[in-house]
Ligand binder design. Structure first.
Ligand code: C2E
Ligand code: MG
Ligand code: MG
Ligand code: MG
Length: 284
């Protein structure tokens, strides 16, 4: 530890302290402040119907608009926020902010698309997740059927008894449930049967090479087929090329997200994409 190395302040910047450790110290000191000063902001990535090309949903993705660092992506601060116990508050802030924004879009006459939110493991396992969701839906008057909570395999596998209870309660409220980053979690597939899920999101590491790697293509096809058999809607993540999209469309994928259609964007960029009335029968 720098402190123990001596009283000379310059040793804090000694070469022995690598850039990562330094960044961590800077980030940690600023994360608490960021939450208090409302420096977090919501970006939205469109979810597109593979058949009609219409935007049928948006995924809310947190960004930290730091005065010192500019726009910071979650890859740089979310793991740390989990470590220091801030991620639940970030999730809760995101849920209210995104639902309020969605309410405003609906009030201005935009079509009722799905709003997807990422829920951290800590947040999911906290006892008051149901209260938070209930309270946010009450405050915003949002139809629960428009809210889709994204969970990861690891979270679902961690405490299966409690997980079944929580998922069932959310389901009874009418909230939609999605499994994010599907295929990366090394988990048993039996949970797909046990948990009341609506949507399966194929991780972008599979989508990346579907047109060049026969293994990734096979995994993706098998996943789409299995999901449909289980009455789950399939979303492909990270679609970047028309070749990938054509592959997915021709194999029955329902919905996609990716840079090909749009990167995650600040809220003001979203309404122009939502002006057409959806005729895509997503949610099958
Ligand atoms: P995710 O939920 O799997 O979100 C998809 C990530 O892939 C996003 O990164 C998105 O910007 C990126 N992405 C989308 N399309 C493409 C593409 O075509 N190519 C590539 N290379 N990337 C694409 P982002 O926004 O940096 O978020 C990273 C992760 O951070 C998310 O992965 C999610 O796990 C987590 N996250 C984001 N917002 C929240 C939040 O509010 N709460 C929690 N708990 N986690 C969040
Ligand atoms: Mg997600
Ligand atoms: Mg994902
Ligand atoms: Mg992820």
């Amino acid at each position: 530890q720098a402190k123990e190395q001596g009283r000379n302040g310059y040793q804090i910047y000694d070469e022995s302290m690598n850039a990562k450790a330094l960044e961590r110290i800077i980030l940690e000191s600023q994360l608490h402040k960021a939450l208090k000063d409302e420096e977090f902001t919501v970006y939205y990535q469109p979810q597109v119907c593979a058949r009609t090309g219409e935007v049928v949903g948006v995924e809310a993705l947190v960004r930290w608009n730091s005065r010192e660092l500019g726009i910071v992506e979650p890859g740089r601060f979310l793991a740390l926020a989990e470590e220091i116990g801030l991620v639940i508050q970030i999730d809760q802030w995101m849920m209210l902010a995104a639902c309020r924004q969605h309410r405003a879009w609906l009030d201005s006459g935009l079509p009722p698309v799905t709003l997807a939110l990422n829920i951290s493991g800590q947040h999911f396992l906290k006892n008051d997740l149901l209260d938070t969701v209930t309270s946010v839906l009450e405050q915003t008057g949002l139809d629960p059927g428009l809210l889709e909570l994204e969970l990861t395999e690891g979270v679902l596998m961690a405490h299966t008894e409690k997980t079944v209870k929580t998922l069932t309660a959310l389901k009874e409220m009418g909230v939609r449930l999605a499994i994010d980053d599907f295929g990366t979690g090394f988990s048993s597939l039996s949970y797909l049967k046990r948990f009341p899920l609506d949507v399966l999101k194929i991780d972008r590491t599979f989508i990346n090479d579907i047109t060049t790697d026969p293994d990734d293509a096979a995994i993706t096809l098998a996943t789409i087929e299995m999901a449909h058999t289980l009455k789950l809607q399939v979303i492909a993540e990270g679609v970047e090329t028309t070749a990938q999209l054509e592959f997915l469309v021709s194999h029955g994928c329902d919905t996609y997200q990716g840079y090909l259609f749009s990167r995650p964007l600040p809220p003001e960029a979203i309404p122009p994409m939502l002006t057409s009335l959806s005729s895509c029968s997503a949610g099958a």
